[in-house]
Design a binder for this molecule. Structure first.
Ligand SMILES: [Zn+2]
Length: 311
């Protein structure tokens, strides 16, 4: 086990500040944000798509007082990340980014798409599924794809699809194309609550975190007594949602559920001293909780890149 270091300065902002549909425009070369951390006997590597700035227009339930206190200029950094975890002989992916950039990022770490043994999806939004198919071809030829049953059922439900305006139905056809391409190695699992997290493969457990999407899940990866919680989209606006977990974002399918599960999981993770990695946590995408500083909120401490290494 190697020592980990955390930095208390709030952010290390890199990349552009352009907002797009999924709030972040990749602007970096693949290697620019490459960093890997050794935790227990595993290694977690950041597959960064870059960072941008989010605005208060996507927040739900943020009061003027909260905004003034923690994001006085009304903006906050937001990243898009996937992660590679090397656990024993397994090379695992957690989410799959926007597209080709994820595969370019793997190459920076000396890995090919065909080296990936398993891909654990937190949910099926486009900023997480992008590299699974490239030009309609399956990218990860040897990988088993893990998707939660409620997420799978949602995207296979014709009534849900037809309830949407026509221009938004492509998310459903896109997800179905992925399920079909990976059908020989598709694992549809039912996660449990975090106290009884379900083991999918040795060292990897799934955690129900419904709210952001109907089947949104997180994963706990454990090695040599240390745990990382890869929480997907449990939070988007770290600067305000850590001190005020009761703030939601407009991307949440069910903001009320998203708030409830964020409050529950943050409490559990903080009390259990887990390291956290998140799909929208700014660089380096990994951190942990410090002492509680506000009545209901948390102080998130970014892992210092001085404790990591470059490939
Ligand atoms: Zn996302």
């Amino acid at each position: 086990m190697k020592t980990k270091f955390f930095k208390s300065n709030l952010l290390n902002i890199t990349g552009c500040a352009v907002l797009c549909m999924f709030f972040c425009v990749p602007s970096l070369k693949a290697q620019d944000n490459a960093i890997m951390f050794d935790i227990g006997a595993m290694t977690i590597s950041l597959l960064s798509e870059g960072e941008g700035q989010g605005g208060t227009n996507i927040l739900i339930g943020a009061t003027d007082e909260m905004i003034k206190k923690v994001i006085p200029d009304g903006t906050f950094p937001i990243a898009t990340n996937a992660f590679m975890v090397e656990l024993g002989d397994e090379i695992l992916l957690f989410d799959a980014g926007y597209g080709q950039k994820t595969i370019d990022n793997l190459a920076v770490y000396g890995k090919k798409a065909s080296d990936i043994n398993a891909i654990f999806m937190t949910h099926f939004h486009g900023d997480h599924t992008g590299s699974l198919l490239i030009n309609n071809q399956k990218s990860y030829s040897n990988a088993t794809l893990y998707v939660s049953k409620p997420e799978y059922d949602y995207y296979m439900n014709d009534a849900e699809m037809m309830a949407l305006p026509e221009n938004r139905r492509s998310a459903f056809t896109g997800a179905r194309n992925i399920f079909n391409a990976y059908k020989d190695k598709l694992v549809i699992f039912t996660p449990n609550e975090i106290e009884r997290a379900t083991e999918l493969i040795p060292g990897v457990k799934s955690v129900a975190a419904y709210g952001h999407t109907p089947g949104h899940v997180g994963y706990i990866v454990e090695s040599a007594g240390q745990k990382i919680f890869l929480w997907g989209d449990l939070a988007h606006a770290m600067a305000i949602q850590m001190p005020y977990p009761e703030v939601a974002v407009s991307y949440d399918t069910d903001p009320v559920k998203a708030i409830a599960i964020r409050q529950k999981l943050l409490k559990y993770v903080a009390e259990n001293g887990m390291i956290v990695a998140g799909a929208h946590i700014p660089y380096p995408g990994v951190g942990e909780f410090g002492k509680q500083t506000m009545s209901n909120g948390y102080n998130f401490i970014y892992m210092c890149d001085c404790g990591g290494r470059t490939p």
